[in-house]
Design a protein around this ligand. Structure first.
Ligand code: GAR
Length: 210
């Protein structure tokens, strides 16, 4: 059974989708054993508490750099014996120390179809603002492995979502969460935990169930 840690910074709806999927038996090879927040008072910590999962806070503001915070986080994950790290609305850019400690074992959900609307500065609602400004008719979500390049790691799953007339960043964000993020994130985690993801360079092959 793989031990999963979910890293959060805010509302935690993706965390909730993972907790619900686990409860329904959809992540048979894994167990969410820790939720770590980058700030106090994140509602995601309430969700963890309600599900009986231990919550921890490693505040960005207690460290002088992203690197110092990443080192502390990595140590915590190793102490907890974590096998898979899931970034579910985690808003600090992690540095190479964690990627080296967890090669192809950190999964991120991004609210656009990478390589569109991604990279530094593209997070949360900003991503949807940019997509609407550009006038795209389709956006969506991507779940990918984390590499040293921001939003540049091998893609595991993607799902497209229509942009509708009159969309605001908020309505588009909600539709992408409901139709894409909450679906493909738990699916990717389940595949990882069943050892069904094989990475060759940039390409992630999804293996058949044995
Ligand atoms: C989600 O839309 C997630 O894709 C996005 O932040 C939101 C967090 O919501 N992540 C990024 O933008 C990362 N670059 P949640 O806390 O309700 O899961």
């Amino acid at each position: 059974m793989k031990k999963i840690a979910v890293l959060v910074s805010g509302g935690g709806t993706n965390l909730q989708a993972l907790l619900d999927a686990e409860r329904r038996g959809e992540i048979p090879g894994g167990k969410i054993t820790a939720v770590i927040s980058s700030c106090d008072g994140a509602y995601a910590l309430e969700r963890a508490k309600n599900a009986g999962v231990p919550g921890y806070v490693i505040r960005r503001k207690d460290y002088t750099s992203n690197q110092a915070m990443t080192v502390a986080l990595t140590q915590k994950l190793q102490q907890l014996g974590i096998d898979l790290v899931v970034l579910a609305g985690f808003m600090t850019i992690l540095t190479q120390e964690m990627v080296k400690a967890y090669p192809n074992a950190i999964i991120n959900v991004h609210p656009a179809l990478i390589p569109s609307f991604c990279g530094e500065g593209f997070y949360g609602l900003h991503v949807h603002e940019k997509a609407l400004e550009y006038g795209v008719k389709t956006s969506g979500a991507t779940v990918h492995f984390v590499s040293e390049e921001c939003d540049g790691g091998p893609i595991i799953l993607q799902k497209a979502v229509d942009v509708l007339e009159g969309d605001t960043p908020e309505t588009l964000q909600r539709r992408i969460m409901e139709q894409a993020e909450w679906v493909i994130m738990p699916k990717a985690v389940a595949l990882f935990c069943e050892d069904r993801l094989k990475v060759e360079g940039r390409i992630v092959h999804i293996l058949e169930k044995e």
